[in-house]
Design a protein around this ligand. Structure first.
Ligand code: ADP
Length: 507
């Protein structure tokens, strides 16, 4: 019989008033009770300074310490920070001679949190001095976990997204939350149903093809959009193994019809406005150009300089509108890629020729590297030309007069790399993270005079990504910039790329 429990059961700690009845029972009867008590209850005794003087086996098992590691420790050594205030309350209660009862979270040696229902009794000497305290605890961690699982289930049930759980082999539903049940109109009889009963267009073999990377553990989750009954749902699909070892799919379905309609309305509005602005602007620009050319007579220096400013700004506005329309077409999917086998060596030479006059304006030369041999890639030549144009004109704009810009073509495994390098002002590190976002322009006096829309690099990014590739930047202020466009060897229009990637990952 351990010291603590024998004290409690055989009256050795006769000061514990409400245990006196137990203590007065015959010790032989008490021994059986004691075994049960010891199995169930975590007991510790502390001195008047809250130092641990004794613990039972259950304490050591629960917390994972040896007796030597525990004896002599201050009791709050096992309290996590957030429970330290409870320690103060318990000490206060002991000083006041009042037993303390409550839920307390403690920490095992491994760091694992242990929830306990704790009662602490103060123990007094015959002289009425507080000499020690006895703590009895029940481990309620499992109950707490169950509670939190129940809370989670309740939250899942009330989620606005529809949640479906279904067997990974038979596809029979095993769980639906309220939103899913409301949509389907089924009650508890949903267990006979499968996704084919929810989605008319459901194709079982297509589904398994799509889910292959999940089943093989190559992807943690998949997101895709389905259309059913005129509604668009974004589906987030996961593959899990239940505690009983059965594989299940969990699908979260989010109705995105409203969001898509709003995005479309916004896109339509932006492109209508841009179209409407383009015609009058073109005529303003033409008119200003004509007046500046002297066709309508001599201009005073003052008029000329004002008209030149107006002409430059109308140029800038036309550029912005054209860029917005381009981006719009991309995001609405109208701007499909026109894929064809293209010799990038030739395309780069053409782009260099087209940019020569612009570069001369900034007294910058163009050097080409790796363009002697043909380099054929399947891509949309016009769009890659647009990338080259945007990167080369930026490189020229931000170069130092007398420098060259270098455009190089190379391969990296199956990928093609197009790099545009300049030795100009560079891009500060803090601006690099957002440089490919729309309407981003780096601040700085020396940059203001250069004009531009802040859309060019975003267009480069969108085009590269539509080809299944990406664009990266290496730059340091004052040391120039290198933009690298990586095109994968196999690519197709967006949407098909994702499917191809999924199938690839599944192989
Ligand atoms: P913009 O039409 O203003 O050039 P971009 O999206 O092409 O729009 O570029 C955004 C900003 O990034 C530019 O305003 C410029 O400040 C910076 N930038 C782009 N390319 C370079 C470069 N090669 N060197 C230095 N700064 C650059």
């Amino acid at each position: 019989m351990g010291l603590v429990t024998s004290a409690l059961f055989c009256g050795g700690m006769g000061y514990v008033m409400h245990l006196r009845a137990v203590a007065e029972a015959r010790c032989s009867d008490a021994e059986n009770q004691l075994k049960a008590f010891n199995q169930h209850t975590i007991v510790s005794v502390t001195d008047r300074n809250a130092r641990i003087t004794e613990v039972n086996e259950r304490f050591l098992e629960t917390f994972g310490y040896s007796r030597d590691e525990v004896i002599g420790q201050q009791a709050n050594a096992f309290y996590p920070d957030k429970e330290q205030h409870q320690f103060k309350l318990i000490r206060q209660a002991m000083n006041d001679g009042i037993p303390w009862t409550g839920e307390l979270q403690l920490r095992a040696k491994s760091g694992r949190p242990i929830w306990t229902q704790t009662t602490v009794f103060p123990v007094y000497s015959d002289a009425g001095e507080h000499v020690s305290s006895i703590s009895t605890r029940t481990d309620i961690t499992a109950v707490k976990q169950m509670q939190s699982e129940q809370d989670m289930r309740a939250a899942l049930h009330m989620l606005r997204d529809q949640v479906y759980v279904f067997d990974a082999e038979t596809l029979h539903y095993t769980y639906m939350n309220k939103a899913a049940m409301d949509r389907s109109g089924w009650g508890d009889d949903y267990k006979d149903k499968t996704p084919a009963d929810s989605v008319a267009e459901f194709d079982r073999s297509r589904f398994f093809e799509r889910a292959k990377p999940l089943i093989k553990g190559r992807l943690p989750q998949l997101t895709y959009v389905i259309e059913t009954d005129g509604t668009s749902f974004e589906i987030n699909l996961q593959h899990i193994i239940n505690v009983d070892g059965r594989a299940q799919f969990v699908a979260f379905a989010n109705d995105i019809s409203k969001r898509l309609a709003q995005e479309k309305a916004k896109d339509d509005f932006v492109s209508t406005v841009s179209h409407e602005l383009r015609s009058p602007l073109t005529s303003i620009k033409g008119g200003l150009g004509l007046v500046l050319s002297g066709a309508t007579g001599e201009l005073s220096d003052k008029s000329r300089s004002l008209l030149e400013i107006a002409h430059r700004n109308s140029d800038r506005l036309v550029l912005i509108i054209n860029d917005i329309l381009d981006l719009q077409k991309f995001s609405s999917g109208q701007n499909q890629l026109n894929l064809a086998k293209t010799d990038l060596s030739v395309l780069i030479k053409d782009a260099a020729a087209a940019n020569e006059a612009y570069c001369t304006q900034y007294q910058v030369g163009i050097r080409l590297v790796g363009t002697d041999e043909p380099h054929v890639v399947e891509c949309d030549a016009d769009k890659i030309f647009q990338i080259l144009n945007n990167l080369m004109s930026n490189a020229a704009k931000f170069s130092i007069p007398g420098d060259d810009i270098v455009v190089s073509l190379a391969t990296d495994g199956p990928d093609t790399l197009i790099a545009v390098r300049d030795y100009g002002v560079g891009i500060p590190v803090e601006a690099q993270a957002t440089i490919f976002d729309r309407f981003t322009q780096v601040s700085g006096q020396d940059r203001k005079s250069k004009g531009g829309t802040g859309l060019g690099l975003n267009i480069v990014k969108v085009i590269a990504e539509r080809h299944g590739g990406k664009v990266t930047l290496e730059s340091a202020e004052g040391a120039g910039s290198t933009f690298v466009v990586r095109l994968p060897s196999r690519h197709s229009a967006q949407g098909r790329v994702q499917d191809a990637e999924i199938l690839d990952a599944a192989q």
